[in-house]
Design a protein around this ligand. Structure first.
Ligand code: HEC
Length: 182
């Protein structure tokens, strides 16, 4: 009898451990995912709808999104400037070319560093979707050149930059301060 009790307790312990392990690694496989005819099609859809080209493709917005896939995601040399320094949307075709699928997926799920890269959103992406983005990038193949690595706060830059904190004209600043004070 005692043996039975001990046995069932260890079974429960195993079940609990298994559930904890699953909870840790399955959150991203239970998240909603894109269903498409192929992984490449899913990846193409995800980068388009996910807005990756908006930052990572030079001229995407000004062309109204009418650029051939050969130019997609090769990075931009216009930096984003804020309290973190300056960051450049990297050439994702080269990034994918030098990483394994597992490394790429791990990066999308774990990196939390500098803005305006929306890591906090990509951290929640379904694993299958993250893989599809990698497969799409690899299908495009490497192209273009490496982008600048970025600079620390206050460091001089030689490229154009987009200031992320908009300057507030003095006339509106006074009005805003009054509103906040009330
Ligand atoms: C608002 C602009 C913006 C958007 C939108 C954006 N990114 Fe980025 N991304 C950046 C910037 C800037 C960096 C560089 C960050 C740094 O240097 O720390 C970056 C870096 C990355 C990196 C790291 C590359 C490397 O080699 O280190 C990956 C991967 C990436 N982005 C993927 C994506 C994907 C996939 C999407 C779409 C789902 C996306 N990004 C959307 C701005 C953006």
């Amino acid at each position: 009898m005692q043996g039975t009790v001990r046995f069932s307790m260890s079974v429960w312990a195993a079940v609990a451990l298994g559930a904890a392990a699953l909870a840790g690694c399955s959150a991203k496989s239970e998240a909603p995912r894109v269903v498409a005819a192929s992984e490449v099609a899913a990846g193409r859809y995800l980068v388009t709808i996910g807005g990756c080209n908006d930052c990572h493709t030079q001229g995407w917005n000004t062309s109204g999104g009418k650029l051939p896939e050969g130019q997609w995601l090769t990075g931009t040399k216009v930096g984003w400037q804020g309290p973190w320094g300056v960051t450049y949307p990297q050439n994702l075709r080269l990034t994918a070319a030098k990483m394994t699928e597992a490394e790429f997926v791990h990066m999308l799920h774990t990196r939390t560093d500098r803005p305006p890269m929306p890591w906090m959103n990509l951290n929640r992406m379904n694993e299958a979707d993250a893989k599809a983005i990698y497969v799409f990038l690899r299908s495009l193949g490497p192209a273009g050149e490496a982008m600048p690595a970025g600079t620390a706060p206050g460091e001089a830059v030689t490229t154009p930059v987009i200031p992320v904190e908009p300057p507030t004209p003095p006339s509106t600043r006074a009005a805003n301060e009054t509103k906040v004070a009330k």
